[in-house]
Design a protein around this ligand. Sequence first.
Ligand code: CP
Length: 304
Amino acid sequence: VNHLLGIKYLTSDDIDLIFETADQFKEVINRPIKKVPSLRDITVANLFFENSTRTKLSFELAEKRLSADIINFSAAQSSVKKGETLIDTVNNILSMKVDMVVMRHPNPGACVFLSKHISATIINAGDGAHEHPTQALLDSYSIKEKLGTVNGKKVVIVGDILHSRVALSNIYALQKQGAEVMVCGPKTLLPKYISSLGVQVETNLLKALNWCDVANMLRVQNERMEVNYFPSTREYAQQYGVSREILNKLDKEIVIMHPGPINRGVEITSDVADSQHSIILNQVENGVAVRMAVIYLLASKIKH
Ligand code: CP
């Protein structure tokens, strides 16, 4: 594997290797000196054609902790605004002797497309509603850290499955590690093909939460909706928002996750997001070690 385009293309052994490597990097970044010299000969370009806080900063920090040289590109301040194409943009950046590209793009398949046209290693940092592989890896890593294993665990992904790259990557990652996966949301936000992925489908949140060990709450992606898919934000919050009230109805404790950014009071209330059930900030913390592992393993295949 010379790129990370999606979890779809990984084996469970690949995932195990990434996690074992991330364990070592997690130890490193908890030391007073958080840097290793591993990637002194590697230059990485972070290309963000869509907004990001966590993924962008986490990749940048991961690269810096590995001692790589980095350049950051944000489409909003670039010559993309003057009409330059994706391939021209990337080829111009690569001519500056860049080895690896981390790219977020609004179009599904943009990273796969690019991988067919350029020679550099590509890491998908989220492409439209397609995949967000490093998010799924850090999510599974965080479940493993909290519960000891992913194998055999029941994970429900709740909310806007239709527009979610996090959902698709998580489904692939969790299934490859032997978890049972359910999706839960209003019918209007569940894609028609979802059952073909081998997941259980539930429209009742209480039933889904009673079934699971882990609930991954997704953000409603209003920016990707052409029409108003659900009657109202208020109704969504009432029927699909996780709150202290609904958690009190369960006869067990469950782990609550969220990839961020959170719409507080919509898919999750603050008292749950900030509670001991939530591992949201652990997910963000683990993102750096997991991304260090991905970059390190892919960089080992680059021939200078
Ligand atoms: N989880 C995630 O991808 O967040 P950002 O959009 O802020 O990167």
